[in-house]
Ligand binder design. Structure first.
Ligand SMILES: [Zn+2]
Length: 300
């Protein structure tokens, strides 16, 4: 067991077709793009890394309708960390907005499911008619993984992996949102279980139902099957005992309502989900009070 402080940091925002997020729905939804920081006495771990708004990352961001972006490595300062402090990045899946920024963390070992790298390598090799199966992934990012392997900094995980770090487990959701997707379960001694679901759950409505009716709605964008997406939601429900706010979906603006949070002058948010015993809050004082050099934080 261990205790991690957990922050969710918003680094970009887009307007997205609601049907991609919630199967069968129409309209648009403004969504944040976030990564999650886990800090214990011994470790600084990211779940996902964001992306760099340049080259292929920028092209994919334009396709996603991204309007605001700030460098995730800089935004780490909002929870008191720097890029050199990060010793691991747990990547839920290979979409550009989760994988594309791993090079910004020079001391980190990257963890990904073996199936995710293998199947995306297959998909991007398919002819043009199969482009649908390649969406959201950058070949440059996949090549970056092989470079990391050459440096001894890539760990390809094969299925479930308990205690990859004390109290942290990797749980596969194969053939759901992506081929080798995984979510991350954190079991804190002081504050209980927390889950970073990756994109197998975009919104609380996926798991709580439309209007909170309790009937799961799968995400709309799945390389795998809707059946597997629903079973993955059911597993998130099981591990949290139905306390859905213990799940921290990185594209859900309701995070800022359900957890202590601040909005900074650049419009981007941070949620302070839990603090390990003895750690002081990193949220700037409310009411527009100053976070030095950050343009101040405001209550949401
Ligand atoms: Zn994704």
């Amino acid at each position: 067991m261990a205790d991690y402080s957990i922050w969710v940091i918003e680094f970009a925002r887009a307007s997205s077709p609601l049907g991609l997020l919630l199967h069968g729905q129409t309209g648009e939804r403004e969504i944040p793009y976030c990564f999650t920081v886990l800090r214990s006495e011994d470790h600084t771990i990211l779940v996902d890394a964001g992306y760099r708004h340049a080259g292929r990352g920028r092209e994919l961001a334009d396709l996603d309708g991204i309007t605001i972006w700030r460098d995730p490595a800089e935004l780490l300062a909002r929870c008191g960390a720097g890029p050199d402090d990060v010793d691991a990045v747990l990547v839920t899946h290979a979409h550009f907005d989760h994988l594309g920024n791993i090079a910004a963390f020079p001391n980190a070992t990257v963890y990904l499911q073996r199936r995710e790298l293998e199947k995306w390598s297959w998909a991007v090799s398919l002819p043009r008619a199969m482009d649908w199966l390649k969406q959201g992934v950058s070949v440059e990012d996949l090549a970056g993984l092989l470079q990391l392997a050459g440096q001894g900094r890539l760990r390809l995980v094969d299925g479930p992996c308990d205690d990859v770090f004390p109290g942290i487990s990797l749980v596969p959701d194969f053939d759901t949102h992506t081929y080798g997707h995984q979510h991350v379960v954190i079991r804190n001694e002081a504050s209980g279980v927390w889950v970073v679901p990756g994109d197998v759950m975009y919104l609380y409505a996926n798991i709580e139902g439309i209007g909170g009716d309790g009937r799961y709605v799968p995400i709309g964008l799945a390389m795998g099957s809707q059946e597997k997406c629903l079973l993955a939601l059911d597993e998130l429900m099981r591990v949290t005992g139905g306390e859905t706010s213990r799940i921290l979906p990185g594209h859900e603006r309701l995070l800022w309502d359900r957890h202590p949070s601040r909005r900074f002058g650049d419009g981007l948010h941070i949620a302070e989900v839990c603090l390990r015993p003895g750690e002081a809050s990193r949220l700037p004082a409310g009411g527009g009070g100053g976070a030095a050099g950050e343009g101040g934080g405001e209550p949401r």
